[in-house]
Design a binder for this molecule. Structure first.
Ligand code: HEC
Length: 116
């Protein structure tokens, strides 16, 4: 979901607009990302989801069985919830996970972005 706002932006269109308009567009994209991040921050004690940190966790623990691309476009908050439940032993999962809430949010942000 977070990635969609940025990735869905057609480059061909951007080339046609003036520099000024392009700047406005970038600002809008930044605002979209900020809002998406704020949405995660509003959940529990997680202050900030860091997709880069999530990438490291994903590659270390999850990549053995999952492809981040499979989760592309999923709701990061819902994904965070699922990963927290798995970590708390409240959701059935092939491998027992022991992630902190912060790690869950980070890895969810990375996965929801499709691993890009
Ligand atoms: C040993 C293999 C394995 C590892 C390692 C693994 N998973 Fe999974 N996971 C599965 C399988 C199998 C499923 C169920 C089938 C599916 O949805 O792909 C699953 C399902 C899930 C789901 C979907 C749950 C649902 O039903 O909504 C999430 C979210 C998930 N895994 C997150 C993770 C995360 C995050 C990690 C790393 C921290 C991870 N998994 C590591 C095997 C694994």
């Amino acid at each position: 979901m977070i990635g969609a706002g940025v990735m869905g932006h057609p480059v061909a269109t951007a080339r046609l607009v003036t520099l000024e308009q392009e700047n406005k567009m970038s600002i809008k994209n930044v605002a979209t990302i900020a809002l998406a991040t704020a949405g995660l921050a509003g959940f529990g004690a997680v202050a900030h989801a860091d997709a880069a940190a999530g990438k490291a966790t994903f590659e270390e623990i999850c990549a053995e069985c999952h492809e981040a691309a499979d989760f592309e476009g999923e709701d990061a908050k819902a994904l965070t919830d699922s990963i927290k439940k798995i970590s708390a032993g409240q959701m059935k999962h092939k491998k027992a996970l022991k992630l902190t809430d912060q790690q869950a949010a980070d890895v969810a942000a990375f996965m929801a972005g499709g691993g890009k």
